[in-house]
Design a protein around this ligand. Structure first.
Ligand SMILES: NC(=O)c1ccc[n+]([C@@H]2O[C@H](COP(=O)([O-])OP(=O)(O)OC[C@H]3O[C@@H](n4cnc5c(N)ncnc54)[C@H](OP(=O)(O)O)[C@@H]3O)[C@@H](O)[C@H]2O)c1
Length: 326
């Protein structure tokens, strides 16, 4: 690996803009290239974020020999195809969530990473947010006993967005579940694993996109109540209650600035600052993996991404969410 790890960003929308700002905070990262379907847009992004190269196609960026790792920031439906193309050009990949839209897409991506011997990780940034990582360690060490109940929600009002846009357009795998429902499902999976049963109900927009989903994940000795929606602003707190105590992740819990620990009636509130918008931590983790020759993350592995999307597939089957391309 070179002294600075050289990043290429494709799909220059909202998240790529935020990601590029956090990339600039990582001393051993370099924004080497940006790729858009539109060259003028790529040049404007290049000027804004001081990238070395700009390209008017994603393919040109994949061919750039100076790019070590590609970040994919397109709508969900293009993740699999673009990640596979990038890996077939020998690039390491950090792919926005969800890694693939379906379990099958995700399996294909993982297989290509294995064949090409390149690093592939889903940009599940919450796994690397310091407050969540700290709470996870506390829970793993048994501080709150065994978890019996968990609640997590993620909802914001988006019904005023364009019907053709990625949130409300079923052709772009729109809806709340894959965009933000993935976070409550992630937390339940991280702390409790794969549930034995799932019950869920969804509501739908006139475009056919799912707009809110309530889920119960059933475990042998625990239940998780999860919610995602594009219909309202929810509190966005997460509560993890165990046999000895409980932890509340402060809002917005998926990028939590801290947590409250309740043990034997004593309450401790802890602030755990994050760097930048919070993407710095996943970027640093990718660097750590690349510098140690890893092809997957020990903290958010291929199996984790596969099991997460398998859970979303199950929720979709149960609640009748289908995309037109399926
Ligand atoms: N980790 C997080 O916190 C977080 C936050 C928001 C979103 N995300 C994820 O990031 C991805 C992108 O979200 P976003 O909010 O950044 O979306 P966005 O603002 O709509 O940008 C997506 C970009 O993808 C490219 N694109 C390629 N084909 C497209 C098509 N047919 N229609 C529209 N855009 C197309 C466009 O870039 P060019 O025009 O430059 O080619 C577009 O600007 C999603 O998968 C989402 O789940 C993650």
């Amino acid at each position: 690996m070179p002294e600075k790890i050289r990043w290429g960003l494709v799909g220059l929308g909202k998240i790529s803009d935020t990601f590029a700002r956090d990339l600039a905070l990582v001393p051993d990262a370099e924004l080497t290239a940006v790729g858009s379907r539109n060259l003028d847009k790529a040049r404007a992004f290049q000027n804004e974020h001081s990238s070395r190269y700009s390209f008017g196609s994603y393919e040109e960026l994949f061919q750039c020999p100076e790019v070590d790792v590609v970040y994919i920031g397109t709508p969900h439906t293009f993740h699999a195809e673009l990640a596979i193309q990038a890996m077939q050009h020998g690039k390491h990949v950090l792919c926005e969530k969800p890694m693939g839209v379906t379990g099958d897409q995700t399996t294909r991506m993982i297989n290509v990473a294995r064949e090409q011997q390149v690093f592939l990780m889903e940009a599940l940034w919450s796994r690397f947010i310091p407050a969540i990582a700290t709470a996870y360690d506390l829970i793993q060490s048994g501080t709150i006993g065994s978890i019996r109940y968990q609640h997590a929600d993620f909802a914001f009002y988006a019904l005023d967005r364009e019907e053709e846009g990625r949130l409300l357009n079923p052709a772009l795998a729109g809806g709340s579940l894959l965009d933000i429902g993935i976070y409550p499902i992630f937390l339940s999976y991280l702390l409790l694993g794969v549930p034995e049963g799932i019950q869920c109900i969804s509501q739908f927009h006139k475009t056919g996109a799912e707009i809110q989903t309530a889920m119960v994940f059933e475990y042998t000795e625990a239940q998780a109540l999860l919610f995602s929606g594009l219909t309202c602003n929810s509190e966005m707190k997460a509560e993890i209650a165990g046999t000895k105590g409980s932890i509340h992740l402060h809002p917005r819990w998926h990028e939590s600035p801290g947590y409250t620990l309740e043990l034997n009636g004593e309450i401790e509130t802890v602030t755990v600052p994050k760097q930048g918008k919070g993407y710095v931590h996943e970027i640093q983790h990718v660097h750590h993996c690349l510098r140690n020759g890893k092809t997957q993350s020990p903290l958010w592995s291929h199996q984790d991404s596969q099991e997460l999307v398998n859970l979303m597939d199950k929720v979709r089957l149960e609640s009748g969410i289908r995309f037109p391309f399926e």
